[in-house]
Design a protein around this ligand. Structure first.
Ligand code: GDP
Ligand code: CA
Length: 326
């Protein structure tokens, strides 16, 4: 069986662990979000690709859900020491561990030598062997930006546009966003292998990733959205009982005017894209919601509390896909 998954970071990585356990013989291709990519200290950082790679390859910090296990922060400390009054200053709001730096150095050196991001990703995966084929959504520049609404009652940034990471990490998504835009996506071409993996898939899965800045950013590449629309697509809701299980995905949904409910997220994807949708038992009213006509909805526990619980969710997604394909 061939399965293609559109993936963000932590939510996707956890789901993929369960999927691999449940379908050990499946040929799984993961199309990773690169809208979160950012240049820091001159290095190309790909947070979502790395979260998937480290998680599936056994190098993730389990406590954080991102970054390397047992990492230290010596290099960052040295950089901050240079920042203090030297005339040079680096970003002081993004944590990069020493082990993690090595990954970004390898990636950046390959890019500087003229290789595409997809080749750098494949090279990094030679070490981590994640057990899936991990491909960035595009080798072209595409970056998620947040248009700030500005909050007159608060000090800090007024209206303007910031990189998604700056809004998410530095501002903790606490400054209201008026919109979220994936700059460059409309012109971006899918990376080599992306369209082939979608076309060859028996099913395309949306893991419980952020619908706006993870899956939404991947679908902002027009050729990817067109290819996915032609397939059987089953998604897992990242929203349970009106809230994201972890993180601040509700702030992203608010920015694009979508309520933070499992039902509204499915309606946002729409029946032209999404064929099946898994919601948590708390959200079982969505199963018969007229608003979701054309999408087959099933309710089951969706908390990824253990590998076994996550594998059960993955099995339900595959079973629903099989039923939809008839
Ligand atoms: P990020 O790029 O690291 O933010 O990760 P993703 O976009 O892949 O996933 C983040 C989303 O995962 C969050 O918005 C949560 O809503 C969702 N999530 C996290 N844990 C769980 C869980 O146990 N169950 C479900 N259904 N969703 C979860
Ligand atoms: Ca992300």
């Amino acid at each position: 069986m061939r399965i293609t998954v559109l993936a963000g970071g932590v939510g996707a990585a956890r789901f993929l662990r369960g999927l691999k356990a449940e379908a050990p013989d499946a040929d799984i291709t993961v199309i990773g979000n690169t809208g979160d990519d950012i240049s820091l200290f001159g290095l190309h950082v790909s947070p979502d690709l790395d979260t998937v790679m480290y998680t599936l390859g056994g190098g993730i910090s389990e406590e954080q859900g991102w970054g390397r296990d047992g990492d230290s922060f010596t290099v960052l400390g040295e950089l901050n020491a240079y920042s203090a009054g030297s005339g040079w200053s680096g970003p002081d709001w993004f944590n990069l561990g020493d082990k993690d730096f090595a990954t970004h150095i390898v990636r950046t050196s390959m890019l500087a030598a003229g290789q595409p991001l997809s080749a750098a990703t494949a090279a990094l995966c030679q070490r981590w062997r994640p057990g899936v084929t991990l491909i960035p959504m595009t080798d072209d520049w595409a970056e998620t930006h947040v248009v700030l609404a500005g909050d007159p009652g608060q000090p800090g940034p007024g209206p303007g546009t910031v990189h998604f990471q700056e809004w998410w990490v530095r501002l903790h998504a606490a400054v209201p966003a008026a919109d979220i835009i994936v700059e460059g996506a409309a012109q971006a071409r899918p990376a080599p292998g992306v369209l082939e993996a979608i076309a060859a898939a028996d099913v395309v899965l949306f893991p419980p990733s952020n619908p706006v800045v993870s899956i939404g950013a991947i679908l902002a590449v027009p050729a990817i959205a067109d290819a996915v629309r032609a397939k059987t697509v089953v998604g897992v809701s990242p929203i349970i009982g009106g809230a994201p299980v972890r993180g601040m995905a509700d702030a992203c949904l608010a920015a694009i005017g979508v309520p933070a409910t499992a039902q509204a997220v499915a309606a946002h994807y729409g029946p032209g894209l999404l064929n099946g949708w898994l919601v948590d038992e708390q959200d079982k009213a969505a199963v018969d919601a007229p608003e979701l006509a054309g999408i087959t909805v099933r309710a089951l526990p969706l908390y990824m509390t253990s590998l076994a619980a996550t594998a059960t969710i993955a099995r339900a997604a595959l079973d629903l896909a099989q039923d939809l394909r008839g």
